[in-house]
Ligand binder design. Structure first.
Ligand SMILES: [Zn+2]
Length: 191
């Protein structure tokens, strides 16, 4: 199993998402043969930093099988120490060449960040990561802030990780912010 190139990975994600949107998924790579094959290792071609929201499922949205996507779920798809470390592992030790930061329509974390207030120690800490996006969208539009947050997080990954910065600089890895529409299932690249 060799790793596909960055353009090939993006094409594969686009094609999988098109099948999902059209309600004609292949649902491949989810059977006994695939599970058995994966016991000796993994070679996921894409890392997806997604929100924990139950309405967003990367394997479904990209019509991907087991072992294809390295998925990190955290509310608001933010870059914190743990999500960055997980991405660093996949890039540096598995060689995964594409990172998608997947924001989504009607994100509750982004809505809570816009609303402000005290949500308790842990959630306040998480929502603080969304403040830069909130500052860029002063009119408080949720969808604009979701997009700004995905773009900001993509930059944040590079700013806060020497490993990721070097991988991007060397052309080994690309980080792509994206927006998932709940109503039609489409994923659009933001850069
Ligand atoms: Zn969300």
């Amino acid at each position: 199993m060799s790793m596909p190139s960055i353009p090939d990975v993006l094409k594969r994600l686009e094609e999988g998402n098109a099948r999902f949107v059209a309600d004609v998924p292949h649902n491949a790579g989810r059977d006994h043969a695939r599970r058995s094959e994966l016991t000796t290792g993994q070679k996921p071609y894409a890392i997806i930093l997604t929100c924990a929201d139950s309405r967003v499922s990367p394997e479904l949205a990209f019509d991907a099988g087991l072992g294809e996507l390295f998925v990190i779920c955290v509310a608001g798809n933010i870059a914190n120490t743990s999500s960055i470390a997980s991405i660093e592992y996949a890039v540096a030790h598995i060689g995964t060449p594409v990172v998608v930061v997947l924001g989504h329509q009607s994100c509750g974390a982004v809505t809570a960040a816009i609303g402000g207030g005290d949500h308790g120690h842990n959630l306040n800490h998480l929502l603080a990561h969304i403040e830069p996006a909130k500052a860029r969208c002063p009119d408080g539009d949720v969808e604009d802030t979701v997009r700004a947050n995905a773009v900001h997080t993509a930059h944040d990954l590079v700013d806060r990780s020497k490993i990721l910065a070097k991988a991007v600089e060397d052309g080994f890895c690309r980080i792509v912010p994206a927006y998932y529409k709940l109503d039609d299932g489409s994923v659009g690249w933001l850069e």
